[in-house]
Design a protein around this ligand. Structure first.
Ligand SMILES: [Mg+2]
Length: 211
């Protein structure tokens, strides 16, 4: 048996939109879309209010405009985003001995060896609060035994939440989820799996091994 690991995953909630809202609080509560401006632009981030119209990141701007004509479309202020990203990274670096920046708004912290699993959860909770207090940005985290599960926990916790998968309950957490919730399973693969009758992660586990 390998050593039990404790991994925290963190993700800033609709990061670009959250930064825009710090710059202009009148954007709070409104469908805000960053990107998708101009003929060939694509959405790079959108608020939860915009998601209700079916808008998601990587969607062509023209389609987003059609779905939500009264949405507030912003070109994006990438200097401000990287500035805030740096600030969040610094807070994490000051607190965590071992961390990895996975993208501009996403981080993993290795808390293996920290006294007790629940101690790690408390530590993670405090770090999350510190980030929001010092930057004004909402952030979510997940805690589990590996990176994939921690990231899936974060996705469940969003927006502005946190979730620990209790040790030993990983399979219970996974089984009922649609296969599309696995981070590396895209829309196309999910569709193919569904066509094979595989809808949940449990179904996937029932498949005979193909060597
Ligand atoms: Mg994010």
């Amino acid at each position: 048996m390998s050593e039990e690991r404790t991994i925290m995953h963190m993700d800033l909630d609709s990061f670009f939109v959250s930064v825009e809202r710090l710059k202009d609080p009148s954007l709070l509560g409104k469908p805000v879309i960053v990107g998708g401006v101009g003929a060939r632009g694509v959405v790079s981030s959108c608020s939860y209010e915009a998601r209700r119209y079916g808008i998601h990141s990587a969607m062509p701007g023209a389609q987003a405009h059609k779905l939500c004509p009264h949405g507030i479309f912003l070109p994006g202020d990438y200097a401000a985003y990287s500035d805030y990203s740096r600030r969040v990274t610094q807070i994490i670096a000051d607190a965590a001995p071992l961390f990895e920046k996975a993208s501009i708004d996403e981080f993993y912290v290795d808390l293996t060896g920290m006294d007790k699993y629940f101690g790690a959860y408390r530590w993670a909770t405090e770090l999350r609060q510190k980030i929001t207090l010092e930057t004004g940005l909402p952030i979510s985290f997940g805690l589990s035994v590996n990176k994939m599960l921690a990231k899936m926990a974060t996705n469940d916790a969003k927006p502005n939440g946190q979730l620990m998968i209790e040790r030993g309950r990983e399979q219970e957490f996974l089984d009922p989820k649609p296969v599309g919730k696995i981070p590396f399973v895209g829309e196309k693969l999910e569709e193919s799996l569904n066509k094979m009758g595989i809808r949940t992660i449990y179904d996937l586990g029932q498949m005979p091994q193909i060597a």
